[in-house]
Design a protein around this ligand. Structure first.
Ligand SMILES: Nc1nc2c(c(=O)[nH]1)N[C@H]1C(S)=C(S)[C@@H](COP(=O)(O)O)O[C@H]1N2
Ligand SMILES: [Mo]
Length: 370
């Protein structure tokens, strides 16, 4: 059942759509997309377990595993380190799942499990450098302090913390942060207070909240949230293998008009939306107002950015009454084009094919001549 967050505990905007009450999972109604930066109270929340209680005074982040110098840091130590800000779009890999036919398991997100924020914190590379990874180290496992148990098959081995790994090559990129701030304030509890990973350009699942430990490992980690869950089929060399979901795909979404909206023939309306792509700027959004027969170019409202979305708009003056489908299709600087069809190898994730919005064009106002 869909309801709104009227009485949300965490100060969320009352118009947020509640997808799960406990733990709280919220999305924003994508039709309200307006600013480039998503205000924190409208930023989606995806949590697998209850928000853990963290005492900021005694909290420590431990860095250990295949390192020369294991150590731990408190919040005050982290606040002293060189800080960096990154404006990045975060999208849940399950965003848009409600549009899959046939229906699949998982949180039934519409379009709003995505948002753009200004994240600030310490580059993960600084901590990795201080610990000194061994020559054989390949990945860093980011572990949260929230714990949970999945009791449906495939089950977890009892209660486990939320954890994801990032290969060291990505983890050392300067924009990958141990984030302490979001939109100029310290992190809200729902978004990972006191510290979370921010892995821009990758699906949200890698950006582990409520960090407790960073474990450097010499073999790829096959934890629950990147094997049974949050993985997709890859067929390189004709061999179907499960890989962890990482880099974001190219995607555009229409915010307005709404599905089923009635639009008057002969009057100008504006089709609006946003487009984003992991680690690559969106370079082009094409819009079709006739179900994919013909295409025109949308105009961008934001500059090209490899890590953040670009809002776009497309003016349209429908001529003839009747039902029609609006479609937007994005292309990124790597030449990746948003697909027209769903790829089922993505299992229940990475839902980025175009999703037409059907609207109804109604007759001109009386007295307006053709
Ligand atoms: N510790 C922890 N980190 C987590 C999660 C979680 O459940 N626990 N959810 C992940 C997923 S699937 C997403 S999409 C993002 C959502 O971040 P947000 O809630 O700040 O929007 O957090 C990620 N980090
Ligand atoms: Mo997610």
């Amino acid at each position: 059942m869909e309801s709104t967050a009227g009485e949300s505990a965490d100060g969320a905007w009352p118009g947020m759509i509640v997808r799960e009450r406990q733990p709280e999972n919220l999305e924003f109604p994508f039709s309200t997309l307006d600013a480039f930066i998503t205000p924190t109270e409208r930023f989606f929340v995806r949590s697998h377990s209850a928000v853990p209680e963290v005492d900021a005074g005694s909290w420590r982040l431990r860095i250990e595993g295949a390192v020369e110098r294991p150590f731990d840091v408190g919040l005050d130590d982290l606040r002293e380190l060189p800080r960096r800000s990154v404006t990045a779009t975060l999208e849940c890999a399950g965003n848009s799942r409600i549009h899959l036919v046939p229906k699949v398991k998982g949180v039934q997100w519409d379009m709003g499990a995505v948002g753009t924020a200004e994240w600030s914190g310490v580059p993960l590379a600084v901590l990795l450098e201080r610990a000194g990874a061994t020559p054989r180290a390949v990945e860093v496992v980011l572990e949260g302090s929230d714990r949970g148990e999945v009791s449906d098959d495939p089950k977890t081995p009892g209660e486990i913390p939320f954890a994801r790994s990032v290969p060291l090559a990505k983890a050392r990129e300067p924009d990958v942060l141990i984030a302490l701030g979001m939109n100029g304030e310290e992190l809200a509890p729902a978004h990972g207070f006191p510290a979370r990973a921010m892995v821009p350009g990758w699906y949200g699942v890698a950006s582990v909240k409520w960090l407790a430990r960073l474990v450097i490992v010499e073999r790829p980690f096959h934890g629950y949230y990147q094997s049974f869950d949050y993985s997709y089929w890859d067929r390189r060399h004709g061999l179907a293998a499960l890989r962890p979901i990482q880099r974001g795909e190219v995607k555009s979404a229409i915010a307005r008009p709404l599905r089923g909206q009635r639009i008057r023939a002969g009057e100008e309306t504006t089709i609006r939306g946003a487009a984003w792509s992991g680690e690559s700027p969106v370079t082009r959004v094409e819009v079709s107002v006739d179900g994919g027969g013909t295409w025109g170019e949308a105009r961008f409202l934001d500059p090209a950015n490899p890590l953040a979305w670009r809002r776009w708009e497309y003016p349209w003056r429908p001529e003839r009454p009747g039902r029609t489908s609006l479609i937007a299709r994005a292309t990124d600087a790597d030449g990746r084009v948003q697909p027209l069809q769903r790829d089922t190898d993505r299992r229940t994730y990475m839902i980025h094919h175009v999703l037409p919005v059907e609207v109804e064009v109604i007759a001109r106002r009386d007295g307006v001549m053709e």
